[in-house]
Design a protein around this ligand. Structure first.
Ligand SMILES: Nc1ncnc2c1ncn2[C@@H]1O[C@H](COP(=O)(O)OP(=O)(O)OP(=O)(O)O)[C@@H](O)[C@H]1O
Ligand SMILES: [Mg+2]
Length: 268
């Protein structure tokens, strides 16, 4: 079966996009799915969080792939991570310039789709991590995807600013990607003890209804620590609440009550 392509997006910064890509992708890889993640954020937090900061594929990073005169072979940009079955197309700071450079290129909104389509027969899941904006890079992510996964920070007035994202999704559906669906809305950094977190989760369920994942990601210090070790939390501390939550999310996405994870000891 061809890969499911999921873009993780929310133009609000620091809501858990990158954390979700890293840990959901790693959980699925440890459940023996073939997974690749693509970093299209100039901050390159996905690349560093997977321990590959400053590294590039044989032909470079996503920057070179997106701005090449002709669409290159994306397999030349792929790196293996320290999780078996989990690969990465890395980014670096150069990507900051890509948004401007791409404006003058033809098919500027569909470049990532053309690149990613080359991978669909080789993976089960493709995750795209986007920057905190609704610019050309995020647009490329939405045009390339089957679905969008929207992380929402439970402790802010999370619905604020969502109107812009919903409008962007409508525009993408009306134009370049009519089949784009919502994979789900994910509540992150949840603290069940605060009234605000509880209120936000009620508001979000009212608004997005069954599109909200049952799994809620708690605020968990291990999730914050793991990236500086270049590891998904499932390898950093598999027993943490953060790891358990992302494994639960992987089950929810696979539509399974249980999944068998390979021994994490083997993968470090
Ligand atoms: N559930 C959590 N509990 C505690 N810390 C978290 C949690 N999720 C993410 N973090 C931390 O919060 C910060 C922001 O998370 P993350 O980088 O995933 O957000 P983002 O939406 O990708 O940000 P940006 O918009 O800048 O790309 C990071 O330092 C991360 O380690
Ligand atoms: Mg990020």
């Amino acid at each position: 079966m061809a890969a499911r392509i999921i873009t993780v997006a929310n133009q609000k910064g620091g809501v858990g996009k990158t954390t979700t890509v890293i840990n959901l992708a790693a959980s699925l890889a440890l459940a023996d799915r073939r997974v690749i993640t693509i970093d299209i954020d100039p901050q390159a937090n996905l690349t560093s969080g997977l321990g590959l900061k400053g590294q590039a594929g044989v032909a470079g990073t996503i920057y070179e792939a997106l701005t090449a005169a002709t669409i290159p072979d994306l397999t030349q940009f792929v790196l293996q991570t320290n999780v078996t079955g989990l690969s990465l197309v890395p980014a670096d700071r150069n990507l900051t310039g890509a948004e401007l450079e791409m404006v003058s290129l033809d098919r500027r909104e569909t470049r990532l789709r053309s690149l990613v389509q080359q991978l669909v027969d080789h993976y089960d899941y493709i995750f795209i991590d986007t920057p905190p904006s609704l610019g050309l890079l995020t647009l490329n992510g939405l045009v390339a995807a089957h679905t969008v996964l929207i992380p929402l920070h439970s402790e802010y007035f999370a619905l604020e600013g969502l109107a812009d994202l919903v409008l962007t999704l409508q525009r993408v559906r009306a134009g370049l990607n009519p089949d784009l669906d919502i994979e789900g809305v994910l509540l992150t950094m949840h603290d069940g003890r605060t009234n605000l977190s509880q209120q936000v989760s009620r508001d979000i369920r009212d608004f997005f209804q069954e599109k909200v994942f049952k799994t809620i990601i708690p605020r968990n210090v291990r999730l914050g620590e793991a990236p500086s070790h270049g590891l998904p939390v499932i390898l950093y501390d598999v027993k943490s609440r953060g790891a358990e939550a992302y494994i639960a999310l992987a089950k929810e996405i696979l539509g399974r009550d249980s999944i068998t994870l390979r021994n994490t000891e083997e993968h470090i």
